[in-house]
Design a protein around this ligand. Structure first.
Ligand SMILES: [Zn+2]
Length: 245
């Protein structure tokens, strides 16, 4: 029989969302030689959600080999507290967030595009989605914990809510998106940024009444759709004011 080891984990903040019980300290038994990253994932928390890990008052990396009896404190990323970068097991995301979403989050992707964010989603295989997220320097959003445990992934987030509007509010808060929002700059259908076009150029492409009333038009260079600040735009502004302010 293999010698069984035991390690203790305390998870902080939103990392507790991955547990159904209310035990403050998780007692984890295992055998063999295991990294702290593997043990955290075995407990059900994908590595992308972990920002730093403390053992005996000192930060450890994901490849720390767990010894019998060790007690780890595991933390999510904090927006408000600046953690020394050498502590971090997942780097801080820098710059305007970009997103890759799995196929089940199509509505959330469209909402993010509405706010101006790059948000790819499609029926891709797990491996391809992850590769894409890495290549695009994007955050993978998913409700599939297994997908978020893939080792090549750097940035990822498990979307807690199931209703799309709540998901949007959740992601806006998680990534502090308000400061980056540029509503009405990206095609909701195909994720491409709009270009402004002269009014005359859309004369045959919009209803005559719209052409009479509106003076500013934008066009998606990819799918060719023309947009103007009509009732859809008013609804969008209302939605943002109601849900995101
Ligand atoms: Zn388009």
């Amino acid at each position: 029989m293999k010698y069984e080891k035991v390690a203790f984990f305390r998870f902080f903040g939103r990392l507790n969302d991955f547990f159904k019980d209310n035990e403050r300290v998780k007692v984890h038994r295992f055998t063999g030689f295991q990294t702290v990253k593997d043990r955290i994932e075995a407990l059900g928390v994908p590595h992308v959600e972990v920002s730093f890990i403390i053992l005996n008052g000192k930060p450890v990396s994901f490849d720390h080999m767990v010894n019998d009896g060790e007690f780890f404190c595991v933390y999510p990323e904090f927006q408000t507290i600046e953690i020394p970068s050498e502590w971090l097991v997942t780097p801080r995301y820098e710059g305007e967030p970009r997103f890759v979403l799995d196929i089940h989050l199509g509505k959330l992707a469209r909402f993010l595009r509405m706010l101006g964010f790059y948000a790819f989603f499609g029926e891709e295989e797990d491996e391809k989605l992850c590769r894409m997220a890495v290549k695009e320097n994007a955050i993978l959003l998913s409700r599939d914990v297994g997908l978020l445990k893939r080792k090549e992934l750097v940035f990822g987030y498990y979307v807690r809510n199931t209703a799309p509007k709540k998901q949007l509010v959740e992601v806006v808060e998680r990534y502090d998106l308000k400061r980056w929002m540029k509503p009405f700059t990206r095609c909701i259908e195909c994720n491409t940024e709009f270009e402004e076009v002269p009014k005359e150029s859309v004369k045959d492409r919009v209803p005559p009444k719209v052409y009479r009333i509106f003076n500013e038009f934008v066009r998606c260079p990819s799918c060719g759709r023309v947009y103007w600040k009509g009732s859809h735009y008013d609804h969008m502004v209302e939605f943002i004011e109601k849900n995101l302010n």
